[in-house]
Design a binder for this molecule. Structure first.
Ligand code: DC
Length: 223
């Protein structure tokens, strides 16, 4: 690809964004940036430091002294907070169920968006999140909005946990995903919404490689 475009991938929890975004980035030798991991990293540190998860100014103060690093690992992106690897910690259910409180604070979002824009400054980035096409990279050459039914998303998450030997309850996962959808779409600041010029892909019945191929084709047309 001769032009280092930026690709924004948004959508609800469990629609396959991170898996797809990482593979698209690998194919194009672009940088993959998981913005959800950045909100998770701050949530993890706030819990560790007993900072009120609904206190925007206190969270912003904490973020100002926090270094969040996203590094390329062998099979996944590594997330470092203040130089400590927290890749696994930020996926705990405690962080997962609390991250939307942190992500809805405007002071936090403002700083995160600033950092994310900087990361994409030179192009060649695949960034996934909820507000990438609408707020972070509104001028990106390709915007994709991935969706899937809540049942399919819950079932993917359930299988992933079982395969990793972690006990799981399908109905509970489904309820948690539905609750996160509600919080993400109904929040006041930068809610999850499809950008008017984004291409929507329903992944409910598609394989990962089909979704990746589709996005690569779109990227080729835009470059
Ligand atoms: O994609 P994820 O599940 O790791 O995201 C974690 C949370 O962060 C999710 O509740 C939505 C929020 N988020 C956000 O508000 N904006 C982003 N750009 C990315 C994630």
């Amino acid at each position: 690809m001769n032009k280092r475009i930026n690709i924004a991938i948004d959508g609800p929890a469990g629609a396959g964004k991170s898996t797809v975004a990482r593979k698209v980035a690998d194919h194009l030798t672009f940088l993959y940036i998981d913005t959800g991991a950045m909100y998770r990293a701050l949530t993890f540190k706030a819990i560790e430091n007993e900072v009120d998860l609904e206190d925007g100014p206190a969270l912003k103060d904490l973020l100002d002294t926090t270094v969040i690093d996203l590094q390329v690992g062998e099979s996944e992106q590594l997330v470092l907070v203040d130089h400590t690897d927290v890749t696994t910690d930020i996926r705990s259910s405690h962080v997962t169920n609390n991250v939307s409180f942190v992500a809805r604070q405007s002071e936090v979002r403002e700083e995160m968006v600033k950092r994310q824009k900087l990361l994409a400054d030179r192009g060649g980035v695949v960034m996934d999140g909820r507000d990438i096409g609408t707020h972070v990279l509104p001028k990106s050459e390709l915007k994709v909005f991935l969706i899937a039914s809540v049942e399919e998303r819950a079932s993917r998450r359930y299988k992933e946990l079982i395969e990793n030997g972690i006990e799981a309850d399908y109905d509970q996962i489904k309820d948690e995903i539905a609750l996160r959808d509600k919080r993400d779409t109904e929040r006041e600041v930068a809610p999850l919404v499809k950008a008017s010029d984004a291409i929507e892909i329903d992944t409910t019945t598609m394989s990962i490689s089909d979704v990746v191929d589709h996005i690569l084709q779109l990227a080729k047309e835009r470059a």
